[in-house]
Design a binder for this molecule. Structure first.
Ligand SMILES: Nc1ncnc2c1ncn2[C@@H]1O[C@H](COP(=O)(O)OP(=O)(O)OP(=O)(O)O)[C@@H](O)[C@H]1O
Ligand SMILES: [Mg+2]
Length: 256
């Protein structure tokens, strides 16, 4: 086999290249800082030179005391807010170099959000909320509807498809938000206490679904949680203290 310059490519080089692609980080964060109210007397230095690398297909948990910067970090990765310094590379793209409109499209196509405020559209039913990202992508409405229904059924919401958010319990709304974040099959899914409003049985169903998606599609999960049991369902746990990463624990963790 010849390489692009006409040289002979040995099998070991081919293997090495394959290995490199497989191991490529999907997310690289270098020296990330976030200061709220910068320069004012009430300035908070929430992220203090944080470095993090996440490989494609990793399922990782972030834990740490209240106020240590977990939500701030997710907001930075999802580009819902601007950083005060540092670099974020997602799928080899230096996001700091994207224009606002390119960033909006990049975020829509690559990142799924499951956040504490579910941000469901109040005037759309559960199934309409979930199919919206597919319709925005240009899928035919019948196809989008079927996919949305299937995912909601997977999440135990088959009998609530046509309810409006206000007619659903907190945990049911959370499951609609989860379905909406997953439906597009984004490369990275960010969750801030994604099972926070759910009982332990439903949480276990959701975590199993996350793992199934993760294994099937190599989608990457970054999940903030205060719950050790949820964290141990991930491949590793990143501990944060005071705006920095203080420790990483690698699984597999004990089965319960
Ligand atoms: N919009 C803001 N303006 C000013 N300070 C903020 C703002 N958002 C967060 N902070 C501060 O930044 C620090 C990190 O907040 P963050 O929300 O990231 O914490 P967290 O680790 O997610 O905590 P929790 O576990 O309670 O959700 C906190 O000290 C918080 O008070
Ligand atoms: Mg938080």
């Amino acid at each position: 086999m010849l390489d692009s310059r006409g040289g002979i490519m040995t099998e070991s080089i081919v293997k090495e290249q394959e290995f490199t692609v497989e191991e490529q980080p999907i997310l690289q964060i270098t020296d990330l800082h976030k200061r709220y109210n910068e320069g004012k007397s009430n300035e908070v230095h929430a992220l203090r030179g944080l470095d993090l690398e996440v490989k494609k297909g990793d399922m990782m948990a972030i834990m740490g005391p209240s106020g240590c910067g977990k939500t701030t970090l997710l907001n930075m990765i999802g580009h819902l807010d601007v950083s005060s310094g540092g670099k974020i590379i997602i799928s080899n793209i230096d996001t700091g170099k994207l224009s606002d409109s390119k960033m909006t499209a990049f975020r829509r196509d690559n990142i799924g959000f499951i956040f504490q405020l579910f941000n469901l559209f109040p005037f759309l039913t559960a199934v309409e909320n979930v199919e919206t990202p597919l319709l925005l992508k240009g899928l035919k409405s019948g196809v989008a509807r079927e996919q949305a229904k299937m995912l909601l059924r997977d999440l135990g919401m088959g009998d609530r498809l046509y309810h409006y958010p206000l007619e659903l319990s907190g945990g049911q709304q959370q499951r609609v938000a989860i379905a909406r974040a997953l439906i597009n099959q984004p490369a990275i899914i960010l969750g801030d206490e994604p099972t926070g409003d759910l009982d332990s049985t439903t949480s276990a169903v959701i975590m199993a679904l996350f793992r199934r998606i993760n294994t099937m599609n190599k989608q990457t999960f970054v999940l903030v949680t205060h719950n050790r049991w949820i964290a141990e369902k991930c491949d590793y746990i990143v501990h944060m203290t005071d705006g920095q990463i203080s420790d990483v624990e690698y699984g597999p963790f004990q089965e319960d």
